[in-house]
Write a new protein. Structure first.
Length: 328
């Protein structure tokens, strides 16, 4: 029979995202509500290996639901990739009396948790926290909605200056392998074109589209470019190409970078984090393990971690169609 769970560890790992604090709060408060001990593990797997633990009660997580980043800090940890590193982590967890953990992070963090579970039979549950929304088994990861709202707000501002000067802006947003942010903010901010890693629009089509846009009397143009778009050119190379082939355009570039990761989480992310935190603790107490909590059609669902890691998070084809119609 599985060991009774009396103490749960919680940590954040990999890239940070808005909503992680709300998820920590939810895990801690659910433990308090169910009279289970809870321990915060600082700096992800690095802190686990070093025994950087702090007991948490309901009051330890006051006033954090509205904060971006993560109060438990995040880290990347090479040592946890080795069997010796994981052994040290297991010894620290055991010494502290931690019976199970909730990991809030992305693919990499889940892979570490899965291997750890396989080696030590240690109960683990994952909560997807990344702005990229690139995890299978959930329609939304924590931070994606906030990042989209942040980017739309910035593009609205860029459009003000673009239309005052009849300029074309290439705006680079995060997304090396996936175009979820680019596609959503492109539609949400009314971009003329959206370049994403999943589709190859081709430079000629881009130039044709911009020509049409100019002819139709548009006073400004915004092209949203995901970092890893298939055309394979950086936003600066795109600027040069368009300037050469369409000299009528006054072109500018804006690379949004890390501002997309910060800021207060949106209401959606706060609510999602709260729901996922409750579900994660309840799932562990039901004796289940090696699962990721996700959301689909507004219902919380559980996906085996190995599937969440291996599965592909597909781009929304319907949204691509909508965007094609909107850019007419
Ligand atoms: P994310 O969780 O955002 O995808 P990373 O890929 O950087 O971020 O992974 C976070 C941490 O998870 C790594 O620094 C490492 O400690 C752990 N990790 C990732 N992959 C593995 C692996 N194959 N084996 C063990 N630990 C891993």
């Amino acid at each position: 029979m599985a060991k009774e769970i009396k103490k749960i560890g919680v940590f954040t790992s990999g890239g940070d995202s808005p909503g992680m604090n709300a998820a920590i709060r939810a895990v801690v408060r659910t433990c308090a509500f169910l009279k289970i001990d809870c321990v915060g593990i600082y700096r992800g797997y690095q802190g686990m290996i070093e025994g950087d633990f702090k007991p948490m009660d309901a009051r330890s997580v006051n006033n954090i639901i509205n904060k971006g980043g993560t109060i438990l800090k995040s880290a990347r940890c090479q040592e946890f990739r080795t069997a010796e590193g994981r052994k040290k982590a297991y010894e620290q967890l055991t010494a502290e009396g931690i019976d199970a953990f909730v990991v809030i992070g992305g693919d990499g963090s889940f892979t570490g948790a899965m291997i750890f579970n396989e080696e030590y039979g240690f109960p683990v549950i994952g909560i997807p926290g990344t702005i990229d929304n690139d995890i299978y088994g959930t329609s939304n990861t924590l931070g994606f909605d906030t990042a989209c709202n942040t980017v739309v707000e910035v593009i609205d501002k860029i459009r003000d200056t673009a239309s005052s000067h009849n300029r074309l802006f290439f705006v680079e947003v995060m997304g090396r392998d996936v175009g979820h942010i680019a596609l959503n903010v492109g539609v949400g901010a009314g971009a003329e074109e959206i370049l994403i890693p999943e589709e190859n629009l081709g430079l000629e089509r881009l130039v044709e589209s911009l020509k049409r846009s100019k002819k139709s009397g548009k006073s400004s143009s915004i092209v949203v470019v995901a970092e890893g778009d298939k055309i394979g050119k950086s936003v600066f190379e795109l600027k040069e190409y368009v300037e050469e082939h369409l000299p009528i355009y006054d072109v500018r570039v804006s690379v949004l970078g890390h501002l997309q990761r910060g800021g207060a989480p949106s209401c959606f992310d706060r609510v999602l984090a709260s729901r996922m935190g409750v579900k994660a603790v309840e799932t562990l107490l039901e004796g289940k393990s090696n699962l990721m909590v996700g959301i689909q059609n507004n219902d919380l669902i559980l996906t085996p971690i190995n599937k969440a890691i291996k599965g592909e998070s597909k781009i929304d084809k319907e949204l691509i169609r909508v965007s094609d119609i909107m850019t007419t």
